[in-house]
Design a protein around this ligand. Structure first.
Ligand SMILES: [Zn+2]
Length: 455
């Protein structure tokens, strides 16, 4: 297969931007990058996807996404309630009501939506009940990612288990995904204050021993810092660091409320953060007043971006997330060595891949890498006239609705703005029916603030 466009933003080591170039793909790999004329002439039998109007960028990386639970009740939780109430009175009961088929439909819908936004790699954030069903979702859509299983050993929430029970479940996911070409088993804990010291320590070692990653939630809001201070006398990151669990294999979801010493600890230990800025805004968690992710990044911290859940940020427009982060960087008035938009694009491509320990495999258009490429149609009015810096225009001026086609692992999964690996209409109908059943079995009534009149 040959892909081409007027511009290719490679995100390779030199951040090269190529004009009138093409990419040759064999099976699931990029095997050649060169001039469009030459590649087309020397491969007359190749199937060709391209246009003089296309801009090519690497497949995008979403580093924190719940694939089950909230997806089937997207935008249903009242935004007027506190975030803890939203989680424990809504999301958690919905998760407990999910049956295996709900998990499959939810993940499939989520990943199909992601594919249309150009996302070809998704890290599930740690709340999967039926990993084998979520894996089916990845396979149906044709994208890559990482999955674990529910991991909490404190409290009596759904799938809470003994410490060894939680760890066994993570091992089962690793077994399930062993030798899988594009989905990797991670150790995923819920985190917060819902993991014992023993669990988080053993989970960290389990991830290291199996050459994989550990992810968990920590410090999204100020309340969690108070809880840790009360319980342990220490702030969350300081405490976790004392337990010896941090390191380059760890990806912390959020870490919004961190002080100077915690910021330094995270950078020193090479621990990565998954930042989900839309979620912090929707839940009112204080990102604009207290968030330090731009500073963390500018000081060499390993940062990535995520979209979290469908009642905290709600959609998976990762380009829009990158634009928001770019704005937060501008607002932070930091000394930067390149435009904020360039940092933002890195976070959803090669930088995000690096934070997940996958920069040799995904995140850029380079020979030998997984063939994950997004083709953007720049013929619409919002792209006219083309700007001299395509990265700045992509982050600030473009819309995700201009994403025309997506290739993942060498196969076309989005064409003409539609996910073609499944029947989108049938999936929508299935999701609609399941939303009704789920809300009923969880005993929930979605509210709308405005009265809706039907004629
Ligand atoms: Zn989350």
């Amino acid at each position: 297969m040959i892909l081409y466009g007027h511009t290719i933003i490679t995100m390779n080591e030199e951040r090269q931007i190529l004009k009138d170039a093409a990419v040759k793909i064999v099976e699931d790999r990029i095997i050649e990058i060169g001039s469009k004329e030459e590649l087309l002439a020397s491969n007359p039998k190749a199937s060709v996807v391209g246009s003089e109007n296309f801009m090519l960028i690497p497949g995008l990386v979403n580093s924190h996404q719940h694939l089950t639970g909230d997806r089937l009740i997207q935008s249903c939780i009242p935004s007027s309630i506190e975030d803890t109430e939203a989680i424990f009175e809504w999301s958690v009961p919905i998760h407990s009501s999910h049956n295996p088929e709900d998990d499959e439909i939810s993940a499939t819908l989520s990943l199909a939506e992601s594919a249309r936004f150009g996302i070809t790699f998704t890290v599930e954030a740690g709340t999967v009940a039926f990993p084998e069903m979520v894996l089916k979702g990845f396979e149906t859509v044709g994208v890559g990612g990482a999955i674990g299983s529910w991991g909490w050993d404190i409290g009596d929430g759904p799938y809470a288990n003994s410490t060894s029970g939680v760890l066994d479940r993570q091992l089962q996911v690793m077994e399930l995904t062993k030798n899988h070409p594009s989905v990797k088993g991670w150790v995923t804990l819920v985190g917060h204050d819902l993991m014992s010291d023993e669990l988080v320590q053993k989970a960290s070692n389990l991830a290291k021993d199996n050459l994989t990653n550990l992810t968990f939630h920590l410090s999204p809001h100020a309340g969690e810092v108070s809880q840790y201070l009360e319980k342990t006398g220490m702030r969350p990151i300081d405490y976790i660091s004392k337990l010896g669990v941090l390191g380059s294999h760890v990806l912390i979801g959020h870490a919004v409320h961190i002080n100077d010493s915690e910021l330094k600890t995270l950078i020193r230990s090479k621990t990565a953060i998954a930042s989900c800025p839309w979620a912090y805004l929707k839940l009112g968690q204080g990102i604009t007043k207290f968030g330090r992710h731009p500073e963390f990044l500018s000081k060499g911290g390993r940062l990535s971006l995520g979209c979290d859940t469908e009642n905290a940020g709600d959609n998976k427009d990762l380009l829009l997330t990158a634009r928001l982060f770019s704005g937060l960087m501008q607002e932070a008035k930091l000394k930067l060595d390149k435009p904020a938009s360039h940092y933002a694009l890195e976070l959803i491509t090669i930088g995000g891949a690096e934070a997940l320990g996958l920069k040799e495999e995904i995140g850029s258009i380079e020979i030998g890498k997984r063939a994950d490429v997004v083709l953007i149609d720049t013929s619409g009015p919002s792209w006219q006239p083309l700007a001299p810096d395509p990265v700045m225009q992509l982050i600030w001026g473009a819309n995700s609705s201009d994403i025309d086609s997506v290739v993942a692992r060498g196969k076309i999964i989005v064409e003409n703005k539609k996910c073609i690996t499944l029947d989108e209409l049938a999936l929508a109908n299935e999701a609609k029916a399941r939303q009704k059943n789920l809300l009923k079995s969880a005993g929930l009534e979605p509210s709308s603030y405005w009265p809706i009149t039907t004629y």
